[in-house]
Write a protein that binds this ligand. Structure first.
Ligand code: ADP
Length: 172
């Protein structure tokens, strides 16, 4: 750090970013963010989080499998899971940046709090926010789950493999 603030560079070291989330299930909005991140960073680890505060519809393994199936063709993208602090995962993976998606102002307060707390836990942790294409700004996994449970067409919001798995899950 100098008088002008922190000095860091994404080069020449490999720039690796983590994109953490619950992904219950992964949507076209998440995939939009993953694609954008993959263009900005050499490597993007999508980290499916074990979230004790949230009960998920899909198991951790199912969530990982679905993200993996949907990102297979994206070079530099890896999918893993993590239980515990994301700053620990950041250190383990030797990454510099956390990616989060911002849909609307409503996301901001929670995201702001998380970014500041992560910085407190690890002053080297930088959070980068990416905005999705406009058509995904109202898309959320919770909404997709609700729509699917009510029998609505969700093909516009999730990839086909997610739609099939979600329908199968809800039919049980
Ligand atoms: P979390 O429980 O961590 O919020 P989510 O899977 O809901 O997990 O979201 C992971 C990240 O992706 C969050 O930063 C969230 O704001 C972002 N996100 C979710 N849906 C979208 C979307 N449609 N467009 C852009 N970002 C999104």
């Amino acid at each position: 750090m100098n008088a002008q603030g922190p000095t860091f560079s994404l080069e020449p070291a490999l720039a690796r970013a983590l994109y953490p989330g619950t992904f219950d299930p992964v949507t076209n909005g998440h995939l939009d963010i993953i694609r954008r991140a993959a263009q900005l960073f050499d490597e993007v680890d999508v980290v499916v989080a074990v979230n004790a505060r949230k009960t998920s519809l899909f198991t951790l393994e199912e969530r990982v499998e679905l993200v993996r199936a949907c990102t297979r063709d994206l070079p530099g993208v890896e999918v893993l899971s993590h239980a515990g602090l994301m700053v620990e995962c950041l250190r383990e993976r030797k990454a510099q940046v956390l990616i989060r998606g911002l849909r609307a102002v409503s996301d901001f307060e929670h995201e702001f709090q998380m970014a500041l707390m992560n910085k407190k836990l690890d002053p080297e942790c930088e959070t980068v926010y990416l905005m999705p294409s406009e058509q995904y700004t109202y898309l959320a996994s919770s909404l997709v789950r609700e729509l699917a449970a009510l029998g609505a067409d969700i093909s516009e919001f999730v990839p086909p493999e997610v739609e099939t798995t979600l329908r199968r899950k809800l039919a049980r």
